[in-house]
Design a protein around this ligand. Structure first.
Ligand code: CP3
Length: 357
């Protein structure tokens, strides 16, 4: 008896996944409800996260497929979100090629020897899939566990990675980073090329193992002026988005404080532009132009207010999002550690109800 192709469980999963609200919204297709996920949805807001992380340093957790899988699934189970984001960190590929760094709780990534000359740039070697076997293994596990829920792979964009490497850790003004960009354009270009290759290799591992979309986090790019963005940042982010585009997965591009850069970030080639809370989505839609979906942008601080305030501000986000060709609901930046998880569950339900067709 002939069995129709689509009845095969793997094909059924692929079809359901392709038709998931998240992936449909990325492609700007009609959805029966607005998809929701939250940046930093895995992490310290969740008691079950704190339990499994007890006694395990962050970077060790990022190398254990069992922990990666469990932590990635936790927010999907609890919040009912429409996508999972791979549990890792933007500095994991740097660590994997031998950069001496750590993630300090409450601080962030700290680099033992900041990168400030030719020799330090040359010392950052290329990433191969063999450097991160735990990433491919965890993505494969997750693709099996998640069924029709898409998994978002991610990486830090070259500017944001460069800032950590040059400053040696988190920075307010990014002064040394900009000083290299302005004063040593040759060295800057060499570092950005190296980081572009590293980011591409890290994203490729995730997509080839089964991630359904990727997000490029350029968290600190808001420090850069539009003129400098064009010459010193855009070409690298564009190369990443172009080359990942060849793998056929939707690409999300996100920066914080990047309102003045939205037009150029759109030019860089993503399918979806992530918007922080500073720019209303109807204004962002104009800056980004046609042919793009938007993601965002409830201020994460809203989650510390009474529910009536959260509700009215969420309605405003959804209302402004009507100007976009496609919308993925998210916060304007990551979930803050002290956020009440029940509020995120309720928010997910609220967005689904409000947007149900
Ligand atoms: O979003 C998710 O749930 C997936 C996992 C994820 C983490 N980091 C886990 C993490 C993602 C997507 C990131 C990306 C990341 N890491 C970015 C870009 C996103 C953004 O927030 O702008 C940046 C800038 C980093 C660098 C970094 N790593 C910072 C600033 C911190 C926080 C330091 C702190 O403790 O306040 C980290 C550590 C980190 N990455 C944690 C988690 C869950 C906390 C570690 C812990 O639990 O001790």
């Amino acid at each position: 008896m002939a069995v129709h192709q689509a009845e095969h469980p793997t094909d059924q999963r692929a079809a359901a996944l392709r038709d998931s609200p998240f992936l449909r919204a990325c492609r700007r297709e009609p959805v029966d409800r607005t998809p929701v996920w939250y940046m930093r949805q895995a992490g310290r807001a969740l008691p079950e996260y704190l339990r499994v992380r007890e006694g395990v340093p962050m970077l060790e957790a990022c190398r254990r497929p069992d922990l990666i899988t469990e932590i990635t699934l936790q927010p999907v189970r609890r919040y009912g979100v429409d996508a999972a984001i791979f549990f890792s960190d933007i500095v994991v590929p740097l660590k994997a090629v031998g950069v001496d760094l750590d993630i300090k709780p409450g601080v962030g990534p700290v680099i033992a020897e900041p990168v400030r000359d030719e020799a330090a740039v040359r010392a950052i070697r290329a990433l191969t899939p063999d450097d991160v076997p735990y990433v491919a293994e965890a993505v494969r596990n997750l693709a099996g566990e998640l069924g029709a829920t898409p998994l978002i792979g991610f990486a830090g964009a070259p500017f944001t990675l460069a800032s950590y490497l040059i400053e040696g850790g988190p920075s307010k003004g990014h002064d040394r980073t900009k000083a290299m960009m302005y004063g040593r354009p040759d060295l800057w270009a060499a570092l950005m090329e190296t980081l572009t290759d590293l980011t591409l290799a890290f994203l490729r591992v995730q997509v080839e193992a089964g991630a359904s979309a990727i997000q490029l986090f350029d968290s600190w790019v808001g420090a850069v002026s539009p003129i400098d963005y064009r010459t010193s940042v855009l070409p690298y982010s564009r190369r990443i988005l172009d080359e990942i585009g060849e793998l056929g997965v939707p690409r999300i591009h996100f920066g914080v404080g990047a309102g003045e850069l939205l037009g150029q970030m759109s030019e860089a080639g993503a399918d979806v532009v992530g918007v922080d809370w500073r720019v209303p989505l109807d204004v962002a839609a104009k800056r980004v132009g046609p042919g793009k979906a938007l993601q965002g942008n409830l201020d994460p601080a809203t989650l510390f207010t009474p529910w009536s305030v959260i509700e009215s501000r969420t309605r405003l986000v959804l209302d402004n999002a009507k100007a976009a060709e496609g919308h993925i609901f998210n916060l304007g930046h990551g979930v803050q550690p002290r956020t009440d998880p029940d509020v995120l569950t309720r928010l997910t339900e609220f967005v689904h109800e409000q947007t149900a067709k």
